[in-house]
Design a binder for this molecule. Structure first.
Ligand code: ZN
Length: 95
């Protein structure tokens, strides 16, 4: 019998291991493709991935410490955080 393992990934906010499908993936494209950082709703874009769970505090923390820039060791466009906020259903103007 085949047992299907759910891949776990670490959330950059709470550092918990969470099933990949419950996380939001941000991907850094391979260098030869420009190395651009963007959201990856499909979870399968090539490149290095970093993950965030859907908890608001994790987003806040990741944004505050620029966790994705740390994870990718390169600058991250603020638009990536805006896109994340939109995906999480947060209203940035409410802040
Ligand atoms: Zn989290």
């Amino acid at each position: 019998m085949k047992t299907k393992k759910t891949p776990l990934r670490m959330c950059l906010g709470c550092r918990e291991m969470i099933p990949k499908r419950d996380l939001i993936r941000v991907v850094r494209a391979p260098e030869e493709q420009g190395g651009e950082i963007s959201l990856d709703p499909t979870l399968r874009s090539p490149g290095r991935g970093a993950y965030l769970c859907s908890k608001p505090e994790c987003f806040e923390k990741a944004k505050k410490i620029n966790a994705f820039a740390r994870a990718f060791a390169c600058p991250v466009d603020p638009a990536v955080y805006d896109a994340l906020a939109a995906m999480l259903g947060k209203d940035e103007t409410a802040e």
